[in-house]
Design a protein around this ligand. Structure first.
Ligand code: G3H
Ligand code: 13P
Ligand code: ZN
Length: 311
C-alpha cells in the first residue's frame, strides 16, 4: 500500500534496519522490485531519477508506480537526485511521497537556501525531503582516494545543515560512488565517520552508490564475449561488499539506493536471452529473464538490509 517515505524510514529507525530504494525506469524494473517486496514481505521505496523522468515521462512512471504500490506491503514513491526545482515542485504536486533535493555540488549557503525552499513546498503536501551534504564522488570523477575523501561529509556540518534545513532524511558521503566503478583498489567505507554523523543528526541517513557489483552477474553480462569481441563491458568494476553494507546499517544508514545492480542484472538477463535463443523477436522473451534476475537481486538486498519480513 502506498504510504509515506517518512513512515517507512521511521519504522526502519525503530527496528534498526534499512529499506531499499530502487531506481525504476520501466515496467520490468518496477515489477521485479514490487514482486520481490511482496515475496519478501518487505517495505520498499520506488524511486525515479530526473533521467528516468526524461526517458519515460513522469506521468507514465507515476502511473506504473501507483499500480505497483497497490501491493500489500508499504511502498513509497520518491524523486531521486532532484536538481531542477521546477521538476521537484511538479513531483510534489503530482503525488510523489518524497523528493530528494540534491544540492551537494552547490556552495553550503545555496544548498541550505534551496533545500529550505523545497522543504517548505513539500511540507504543505505532507511530502518529505531528502537532502545531501558532502558529495558522492567516484573514481571516474577523481584521481586519488584522498581526493575522494575531501568530499566526504563533515559530521558537524551535517548536524548544522540538518538543523538549518529541517530535511527529513540526509544523504551522506562516506566512500561510496555511483555506477559500477566505486573503488580504485581497496574497497573501504568510513564507518567511524558514519557513526559520528549518526550521533549528531536525528534525521535518517541515506547511502547512495550502494550497489555490490557482483562479479558473478558481471560475468553473465559477458556471456560469449570472446566470440562477440565485447569483453570490455564493466572492466575494472567494483562495488560495496555485503559485509560493508551491514556495517553501514549498524552505523545508522536507513535508506539504501540501488540502481547499478539492477542495470547489471537487466543486462545479464537480456544477454542470456539473446545468446540462448537465436530465433526470438518477442520482447517478452528477451525481457522476461532480465526481470527474473532483477527480482533475485532485489530480494537479496531486502534480506541484507534487514527489511525482509518487516511488512
Ligand atoms: O544516482 C543515480 C542513479 O543511478 C540514476 O541514474 O540519472 O542515469 O537515471 P540516472
Ligand atoms: P548505485 O550506482 O550504486 O546503484 O547507486 C544508485 C544511487 O545512488 C541512486 O541514487
Ligand atoms: Zn544516488
Amino acid at each position: 500500500m502506498l504510504t509515506t517515505t517518512k513512515k517507512i524510514l521511521a519504522a526502519a529507525d525503530n527496528g534498526g534496519y534499512a529499506v531499499g530504494a530502487f531506481n525504476v525506469n520501466n515496467l520490468e524494473i518496477l515489477q521485479a522490485v514490487v514482486e520481490a517486496a511482496v515475496e519478501s514481505r518487505s517495505p520498499v521505496i520506488l524511486q525515479t531519477s530526473e533521467g528516468a523522468v526524461e526517458y519515460a515521462g513522469m506521468d507514465y512512471l507515476l502511473a506504473l508506480m501507483r499500480v505497483g504500490a497497490g501491493a500489500k506491503v508499504p511502498m513509497a514513491i520518491h524523486l531521486d537526485h532532484g536538481k531542477d526545482l521546477a521538476l521537484i515542485k511538479k513531483a510534489i504536486d503530482s503525488g510523489y511521497t518524497s523528493v530528494m533535493f540534491d544540492g551537494s555540488t552547490l556552495p553550503y549557503k545555496k544548498n541550505v537556501a534551496d533545500t529550505k525552499k523545497v522543504v517548505a513546498w513539500a511540507g504543505k503536501k505532507g511530502v518529505s525531503v531528502e537532502a545531501e551534504i558532502g558529495a558522492i564522488k567516484g573514481v571516474e570523477d577523481l584521481v586519488s582516494v584522498s581526493e575522494k575523501e575531501a568530499f566526504f561529509t563533515d559530521p558537524e556540518e551535517a548536524a548544522r545543515f540538518a538543523k538549518e534545513t529541517g530535511c527529513d532524511a540526509l544523504a551522506v558521503s562516506v566512500g561510496t560512488a555511483h555506477g559500477a566503478r566505486k573503488f580504485k583498489g581497496e574497497q573501504a567505507l568510513d564507518i567511524a565517520r558514519l557513526e559520528k554523523i549518526d550521533g549528531l543528526v536525528k534525521a535518517p541517513l541515506v547511502l547512495h552508490g550502494a550497489s555490490g557489483i557482483s562479479p558473478e552477474l558481471v560475468e553473465k553480462t559477458r556471456m560469449l564475449c570472446d566470440q562477440l569481441e565485447d569483453c570490455a563491458r564493466l572492466e575494472g568494476s567494483s562495488g560495496v561488499p555485503d559485509a560493508m553494507i551491514a556495517a553501514a546499517i549498524r552505523a545508522g544508514i536507513r535508506k539504501i539506493n540501488i540502481d547499478s545492480d539492477l542495470r547489471i542484472a537487466f543486462t545479464a538477463g537480456v544477454r542470456e536471452a539473446i545468446v540462448r535463443d537465436h530465433k526470438t523477436i518477442d520482447p517478452r522473451k528477451l525481457l522476461g529473464p532480465a526481470k527474473r534476475m532483477m527480482k533475485e537481486v532485489a530480494k537479496h538486498k531486502m534480506e541484507l538490509f534487514g527489511s525482509s519480513g518487516k511488512a
